[in-house]
Design a protein around this ligand. Sequence first.
Ligand SMILES: [Zn+2]
Length: 107
Amino acid sequence: MNRRLYCRCTKVRNFNYDQAARKLGCFRRWLEDNISRLPHQKYGSAPVFCECELALIQDMHTVIPVSVLEHAAAVAGERGQPPEPDSVLSLKSIRPAGASRRTRTAS
Ligand SMILES: [Zn+2]
């Protein structure tokens, strides 16, 4: 299996810790502390991230409160879109492998 199946980059353009932290709007320290759970490339001791890996990290750490999912389902219903009874459940059940439950649900 191609380990970079998710990558859509047509040119090599990688970001180091500082650049990735700036793009994501997070602390470099957070990237360093969580690197073993984040998609990245590693050349020697210098992990780098392509745009696709940053997008995966963004997706992995997006929090969607249940109330937002319910609202989206209600709006879809008002617009007469075909009911998808499992859609809210499906969206709620989406979790990246390895992400903690605590970071995926709003309190
Ligand atoms: Zn890429």
